[in-house]
Design a protein around this ligand. Sequence first.
Ligand code: NAP
Ligand code: G4F
Length: 333
Amino acid sequence: MPRALITGITGQDGLYLGELLTAKGYEVFGLVRGQSNPKVATVERLVPGVVLLEGDLTDLPSLIGAVEISQPDEVYNLGAISFVGLSWKQAELTGETTGMGVLRVLEALRIAGGNDMSGVRFYQASSSEMFGKVRETPQRESTPFHPRSPYGVAKTFGHYLTVNYRESYGAFACSGLLFNHESPRRGIEFVTRKISRAVARISLGLQDSLSLGNLESRRDWGFAGDYVEAMWRMLQQDAPDDYVVATGETHSIRELLDVAFGRVGISDWSGFVRQDPRFFRPAEVDVLVGDSSKAREVLGWKPRVGFEELVAMMVDADVATETESADKALTIR
Ligand code: NAP
Ligand code: G4F
């Protein structure tokens, strides 16, 4: 039975990856931070049999302990402060977690292995945010980086460290340059889920407006369930490498609003959406669109869920959740 250790198992991708690896027969270990993390129950429900280990990406001894207990064949480093907007407000924490956290996980593997990293395969959750102010379109593995946020800078540090441990210690270390991927499990701070949730609530009469920032930026949005499959495939190859994972399509926030409101039968959303300076960023990534030819050819990976299907899935899930909460509130009254 192969053994996998996942950092960030309480997050969107951690849950999908935990489900995938369990279905493939892995023994799954998950790093969980905090004294009493409220997401533990969800992880245990969705990933039956998971072994949860206490630890934090800012604390090297806890990472060494997690590696010693789990003795992993594969490590997926998904843990991070992942919200770009927060990274300006808490830049030091972002650097420590999203950047230095990668160094600590790699060091934990090196130290626990007595300087021998040959027994473990490592996946680093890198990001299209590293392309930032893009130098070419579409972005591919060879596109130069120009990160635009403390988050993007921290991810770039983590990416190069992953490459460096491969070159320095012969580690089987892969970096996945993943473009935006979403799902009904997405955190409510990200724009897709913020919109799907608000659209659901507006359609049910529970909310009357939605405040957003820049409506012109464009993203290459895919489905998170598809993207964790690419992570796993990277670690099953004969040699470690880095891969762009993307759909190859880009859409603006305005198009996202069209599809999301359209799903509940609202064709003109202008009366519901306000722009609020609080949600604009000090430096924006205007347009992202990825060329995932390498992942498609080498890994045999391709996205299965398209943009409209993804948005419909998220809106429908939020309509169901909000209806259930409203029904419960009525019963309690
Ligand atoms: P997410 O839902 O925000 O999950 C982040 C995870 O990191 C959570 O489990 C969180 O745990 C954990 N974490 C935060 N600080 C930690 C710390 N100090 N120690 C240990 N764990 C910590 O993110 P996601 O969307 O699943 O993304 C997974 C990874 O892929 C992240 O590294 C993200 O930056 C990267 N990425 C995501 C996308 C995307 O579009 N989703 C694209 C490219 C790259 P708590 O539950 O305790 O907060
Ligand atoms: O949904 P977002 O916050 O995602 P962003 O910044 O693209 O980052 C996500 O994808 C990255 C991969 O490219 C990951 F690495 C990262 O961890 C994260 O998962 O914002 C998307 C766009 C931005 O241009 C933002 O300015 O939506 C714009 N936007 C407009 N109004 C807003 C809002 N974003 C948020 N979160 N909230 C708004 O009100």
